[in-house]
Design a binder for this molecule. Sequence first.
Ligand SMILES: [Zn+2]
Length: 765
Amino acid sequence: MKAIKLLFISMLMVSFSGFAQEAEQAEEPKAEEHYNINKFRQLYQEFSTPNQYRSASGAPGPKYYQQRADYEMDIRLDDENHHIYGYETITYTNNSPDVLDYLWVQLDQNMRAKDSKTPLIEGGGVAPFAQPAGFVGEYLSEPFDGGFNIKKVLDSKGNPLKYMINQTMMRVEMPKALAPGKKFEFDIEWDYNVNNHVEGRGRSGYEEFPDGHRAYVIAQFYPRMCVYNDVEGWQNSQFWGRDEFALPFGSFEVNITVPEDHWLDGTGKLTNRKDVYSSEELRRYEMAQRTYDEPVVIRTQQEAEKLAMMPGATKMKTWKLKADYVRDFGWTSSRRYIADAMAVKVGDKDVMAVSIYAPEGNPLWEQWSTKAVAQTLKSYSRMTFDYPYHKAISVHAKNQGMEYPMICWNYGRPDAEGNYSDRVKFGMISVIIHEVGHNYFPMIVNSDERQWTWMDEGLNTFVQYVAEQDMGENYPASIEGLDAYPSRRGPAAAIVPYMAGDQRYIAPIMSKGLNTYQFGSNAYGKPGTALNILRETVMGRELFDYSFRTYSQRWMFKHPTPEDFFRTMEDASAMDLDWFWRGWFYTTQFNDMGIKSVDKFYVSADMNQEMKDYLEERNIPKDRVPQLVYMVKEGSEDYKEEMKGKAPSEVVSDLKDYLMDNFTAEQRAAMKEPKYFYQITVEKPGGLVMPIIIEYTYADGTTETATHPAEIWRLNDKEVSLSKATQKEIVGIVIDPKLETADIDTSNNSWPQEPKVDKFEEMKQ
Ligand SMILES: [Zn+2]
């Protein structure tokens, strides 16, 4: 076996030197250029330099630090006027080695201020069509005034602090600079008009029902500390409405006062459950804590509907919530709410999966919401770490899909008669999985959403796909009549239309979301699919899952950057993936490979033309060449009459003589006896480098698949040739037979080429 290999290698060397000469004549890039554009070079220029804060391994460094912001808040909801009043005390801890001259606070609601600059950066002109409400908002009415009214900013002694508001950011000046290790406590009092999120969009607000009652999903409702870290300093990049948030961890103690007939829930532990639940609700809640298979209804539809028929309470009630190790706080409140819950085992702990919805959500919500929450907690915990909080709530809010720690808003509503399509059902289950999944990214693995949308949306879309497939298996009723859960994003083939699209509207994943077209495909679909391909096709599940868990656990309750992710995936797997990150995350290139040619070779003892040319050019006498085995291409000049009709290996007897002379019978018996020799030339019109997955079909109908790692493209980015020796004749070859690599054009993937189907003819038939 070895001897035969050696012979093939000498043959290869000859052909390679021939290739090198050809390349010199053509206008190929110079060596230096070649190495500068090589797709396998390391990402040293693109990556930040590892340091004491962030190690080259992708783990937090020995001097890693993060700031802390603790909040105490009193919030009051004026339901009648949809207005919120708030008072907060922020205790900010400077764990950085830097002296801070001032603090930056985020005023996200100012995006809705009358003088907001958000509408002024839209350069798309007149939209050809609009929702009536959007049209009214844009052209007919005064802009809604939803900005923060900041009434007071005080130090802990009650003295006013100097502050300056620049759009959605507020700079607060302290009496003296904040030294490393020191805390600063200050108070802010504010109020604002809550927006109608159904008419005006947005990540929070209220929906008003025909009966005049409202459901509130409330977030970004308080002045929130900016992140200060080793990467950005203050992350005070403005909130224009798209790129989400960057927030430090801390604790929250929040008292929320709402009309006494409201049902309320939010981030954190409810510390006065006995004061706000009826005794019957308490009894049902305790039952839910012991129920693991079906949700237990805590506040029923009849109870919610009865309250909705009344004018609404004027007396108020205060709900007290307390949370630790969260980066944000969200809450929901309405008198029209139904609530159900069940327990989920996560590791050795019980977590409560909770759903809150208006009767409009049924019968869909009572059936699927809490089960989808439970599946999310199980699947995500398996892929990352055990869910560390005590509950996860899914709230039904029309047109919403938005996440906060322990609570999220989700769409999916049947029609007025309670009917719904599969599209509505799977859309609802998927958005719940997605938004509950955001507890992991970015609520716990706390990346900077303002800068890197893909770090939470892309990673989350990937795990969402895994959880959806689990959902289909564990709750088969959810996929009745289908082979698998119909995931919209994740499978490689689903990203092809985007990657094959007009390059003017495609940005690299490593772009700020605000600055990209096709935001959903850019920051959700493509990175989610890239990770799925990385797992299934490039790394394999074992290596990928270990590395992905390592990343999740290293950065749980910390602030990772893209490099921390890229580096950890390599550090934990021993795979150099720089080529993958470069192609998928830093460029807009797509994958397209095709079979250029398939040649059959015969083994011959007669010197072939290539060898003759080689010797002639170097003035080497032919008799100086030792006996070699020559490969003769079928149909070439060297291809002779005597070869026709024979198996390619039967042509030369010298090889048999050589084997007889040099090997024992036993050794010969252990050797393979390939009869057919092929060269398959794969061309790559696409810019992306990807593994070549190639499936051979033999004359007897059997198939064999081989995967050539992407590194096969390291020396020639345009085309490569594979050699294949087989016992059986090959009758068909397909590249990427299972559509795993997002190849944008599969019409060139088969040999012999499949006849082109005339789409028009096909339709006619
Ligand atoms: Zn998301």
